[in-house]
Design a protein around this ligand. Structure first.
Ligand SMILES: NC(=[NH2+])NCCC[C@H](N)C(=O)O
Length: 374
């Protein structure tokens, strides 16, 4: 059993693209065809968004650009780890127009980007998914290239489990595999080579094999948020039983319009997980006494500050710098319109000089607290 919390438990936000210009007008996978009912697509997208929010995850949105019908499948924009993203490079020319738009969005939201201009084909969260912070499931075959995963090591240090996919209908990893918790996934065994099947059961021994009918209903395109499994309609009684035995509840949403393009729940979201805290914060992102830097009180350095001590000037602490400091992605600008400092550690050293050595992290958060030196 993995020591690390499952990805489902640390999912914090997702990015979604409302289907303003969603159509099926070309065919780059075996599912694509049919006429999209636009109104239905909007309703289905809205109900997915509500299900995600109800499960406690924030939904950010980005506008769709006309002429890029598959941009709704924003999961394919890249793979996010902490505050970094490895950018996609699409296999089909029909989707390459999406790349610069995603790049711009990541830059605007202070997420550092890797992979711009790289040759290797990579379709982001469609083919690569974390089951916990230390384990990346890495699909290749129809879309992403196997070699890209050497490059992806630049994102962070985690195991990369290469998944050999062998059926054209299951062209993205998320069409046939979905992590559920630290020992469980939903998966469709025929879609994988024998070696990959073994590896899935070795690392996630409680995995649930779905039937052909479920696989074709895109049940493996589910998203688990804590204990809620949000899946397209079509989960069998057997699978429901197995999930209930794992303490999960199943919520089915109709994804018929998006399935005309070969996508469903998971394809419509890009995931942002909770970022690992520095040692000197508690699990709530605050320093001692639960007082955060935006209030008066002691901060996590053990320094007292009041809310207005720097009045007249922009505050030393702002929401943006606070988020950045706690290794959070800052999605908000502070009220002075200033971006978060790019290297907050350096900034802290300049401010606090000898009192700050970057290695705090005992129970009282500071070995130099009030001049104490232990
Ligand atoms: N993550 C996914 N499986 N996304 C679905 C993408 C669907 C899109 N029509 C394509 O073929 O690229």
């Amino acid at each position: 059993m993995s020591a690390s919390k499952s990805a489902a438990h640390i999912l914090k936000r997702v990015l979604m693209v409302p289907p303003k210009h969603f159509t099926v007008e070309y065919s780059i996978n075996p599912w694509m065809g049919g006429i999209v009912d636009k109104q239905k697509a909007h309703q289905q997208w809205d109900s997915l968004k509500s299900a995600i929010e109800k499960a406690g995850v924030q939904v950010l949105t980005m506008e769709q650009t006309k002429g890029l019908p598959d941009q709704v499948f924003v999961c394919n924009s890249g793979l996010v780890y902490d505050n970094k993203v490895y950018l996609s490079r699409f296999r089909h020319k029909e989707r390459t127009g999406e790349q610069p738009l995603y790049l711009e969005w990541f830059k605007k939201n202070n997420i550092s980007t890797i992979g711009e201009g790289y040759e290797e084909i990579f379709e982001g969260g469609g083919d690569a998914v974390f089951s916990d912070r230390n384990t990346l499931w890495a699909g290749y075959g129809e879309r992403s290239s196997k070699s890209v995963y050497e490059r992806i090591k630049a994102l962070g240090s985690f195991d990369i489990v290469l998944c050999d996919m062998i059926l054209p209908n299951f062209y993205h990893l998320d069409t046939c595999f979905a992590p559920v918790d630290e020992t469980t996934s939903l998966y469709y065994p025929p879609a994988f080579s024998e070696a990959t099947n073994k590896e899935i059961l070795r690392r996630l021994p409680n995995s649930i094999a779905v039937s052909e009918a479920e696989a074709n209903a895109f049940v493996c395109n589910a998203i688990t948020i804590r204990d809620t499994v949000i899946s397209p309609i079509g989960v069998s009684q057997n699978t429901k039983k197995a999930l209930t035995a794992r303490g999960k509840q199943v919520e089915e949403v109709d994804m018929s319009e998006f399935m005309k393009s070969g996508g469903a729940c998971q394809c419509l979201v890009l995931r942002f997980h909770r970022v690992k805290r520095n040692d000197f914060t508690n699990n709530y992102g605050y320093g001692p006494f639960g007082i955060g830097p935006t209030n008066g009180g002691f901060d996590s350095f053990g320094f007292y500050r009041d809310k207005y001590y720097n009045s007249g000037l922009p505050p030393l602490y702002s929401f943006a710098s606070y988020r950045n400091y706690y290794h959070e992605i800052s999605f908000h600008k502070n009220k002075y319109g200033q971006p978060a400092p790019t290297d907050f550690e350096v900034l802290q050293q300049e401010r606090f000089g000898p009192y700050y050595d970057g290695v705090w992290g005992y129970a009282d958060h500071s070995k130099n607290w009030f001049g104490k030196k232990r």
